[in-house]
Design a protein around this ligand. Structure first.
Ligand SMILES: Nc1nc2c(c(=O)[nH]1)N[C@H]1C(S)=C(S)[C@@H](COP(=O)(O)O)O[C@H]1N2
Ligand SMILES: [Mo]
Length: 441
């Protein structure tokens, strides 16, 4: 420990904790000033204290964490976020979560950055609770219009060629509570039924080929092992295209709540189709019209008729900061506006950001992402003048589709919908930096 240099980037010779403890604060200052000049002088005084011309003890004094040992390598066999980050957790909305079995919680997207969602705070949605199913007890059956019905064990799946795919999963009901007006005050609650992970698994196509697809097969049913079964019908083409039978997420085993040991990954399509605890695949020549695709996951239009088979998630985006749970705390001047964009129809081509409610737009800086079906991160470096803002983002995907305003979406779809609300979100950011969920027309 004593040979570890402190502040070596700014000093000529390493200063050890012991040397600092022995009254060498002045030496630290001298060396720093000698090498850093004027820059180091300002660096020693943080913005807050600088105004009062006071030195910052966090820079000039030896702190407890530098005067002893930290934890040893054995103390955290599996790491959790440091307790300072305890607030970055999944949360529920009480009136939505009548019970915790048939339920939903939300990803704290306002506090995350980059694109990958850690499993520990990725939202969960289950219809009959998260079940515990071991690898040893795991079986996947393929039956119906196949040459040879098959049952795979977990070990069998591990012997097929694998792929890695980073993809977002958005529940079709994400933002569903916002149809009639601005309601929930936070990006976590308005847009947090989404997560984005790197999955490892076997292309379903390889398993279907192993079973032998009969010529007449055109539809596929996927069913889970939980009591709800969450069965859904898929056109065969999608299943042969990019659907994965996945057993790892972000490099490690799926968490129980995300379908351990095996779930379906259906890039770009609504979350309900990503069957967890996958137990059976059946091939047929027509859809099964299950509960999940008749009474649920259809969109009731203004005239009372229902749209169904709305599998693909249209382009959408949201500013995650500033937002109601991520207010501006630093006053006017440089402000990083950031958020995420996604589209089930391919990559995101462009994201525009407005701070004046859509009167003027600026193109945000989109972080390049090789995975089209992944969340995309955008930033807009903005010089905030300290006045009220109406902040929005607008995604444009590879097909040229432009994320609609709330008014435009209601124009096509009416007010009866719950699912597939991909409208532009507005945050009112006040002069004091606090933000609020609002609607403008
Ligand atoms: N077997 C099974 N699969 C399921 C569900 C379920 O309840 N049971 N819920 C679905 C719904 S509605 C969604 S949005 C996603 C949620 O996945 P997550 O819990 O990993 O976020 O899983 C889908 N797959
Ligand atoms: Mo869902």
């Amino acid at each position: 420990m004593t040979d570890r240099p402190i502040g070596s980037a700014r000093t000529e010779s390493p200063i050890t904790p012991d040397a600092l403890k022995n009254g060498s604060r002045r030496r630290f200052l001298t060396t720093t000033l000698a090498t850093g000049g004027a820059l180091a002088t300002t660096a020693l005084v943080p913005a807050t204290a600088r105004a009062q011309g006071e030195p910052d003890p966090l820079i000039t004094e030896v702190q407890p964490w530098a005067s002893g040992f930290g934890d040893g390598v054995d103390e955290t066999p599996y790491g959790l976020p440091i307790h300072f980050e305890d607030h970055v957790v999944r949360r529920t909305v009480s009136w939505l979560t009548a019970d915790t079995i048939s339920s939903i919680n939300f990803t704290p997207i306002h506090a995350l950055d980059g694109t990958i969602t850690p499993q520990g705070c990725a939202f969960e949605r289950h219809h009959s609770g998260a079940i515990e199913l071991s690898k040893a007890d795991y079986r996947l059956m393929i039956n119906g219009m196949v040459e040879k019905p098959l049952v795979f064990t977990y070990e069998d799946l591990e012997r097929f060629p694998r792929q890695n795919v980073t993809a977002f999963l958005e529940c079709a009901a994400n933002s569903g509570m916002e149809w009639a007006g601005a309601q929930l005050n936070g990006a976590q609650f308005t847009h947090g039924m989404i997560h984005n992970m790197e999955y490892t698994g076997v292309p379903l196509r390889l398993l279907l080929e192993e079973a032998g697809i009969k010529l007449e097969a055109t539809w596929v049913l996927a069913e889970g092992a939980d009591a709800s079964s969450n069965a859904r019908s898929f056109p065969l083409e999608k299943m042969l295209d990019d659907v994965l039978v996945a057993f790892k997420a972000n490099g490690e085993a799926l968490r129980k709540e995300h379908g351990y040991p095996v779930r379906l990954v259906v890039p770009g399509w609504e979350g309900n189709m990503w069957v967890k605890w996958l137990r059976r695949i059946e091939l047929g020549d027509q859809p099964w019209e299950t509960r999940e695709e008749t009474s649920k996951y259809t969109d009731t239009l203004a005239d009372g008729t229902s749209r169904k088979w709305t599998w693909v998630m249209d382009a959408k985006s949201v500013v995650t900061s500033p937002s109601p749970q991520a207010p501006i705390t630093h006053g006017k001047g440089p402000l990083v506006i950031t958020g995420m964009a996604w589209s089930g129809r391919g990559g995101i081509k462009r994201v525009d950001v407005t701070v004046d409610g859509g009167k003027t737009w600026k193109e945000a800086r989109l972080v390049p992402n090789a995975n089209p079906m992944s969340l995309h991160r955008f930033y807009l470096e903005h010089d905030w003048d300290g006045s009220e803002m109406l902040v929005q983002s607008r995604a444009i995907d590879e097909t040229g589709y432009v994320q609609p305003t709330k008014d435009a979406l209601r124009g096509f779809r009416g007010l009866n919908s719950i699912y597939h609300n991909n409208a532009i979100q507005t945050w009112l950011v006040k002069a004091n930096g606090e933000a609020e969920n609002v609607e403008i027309s």
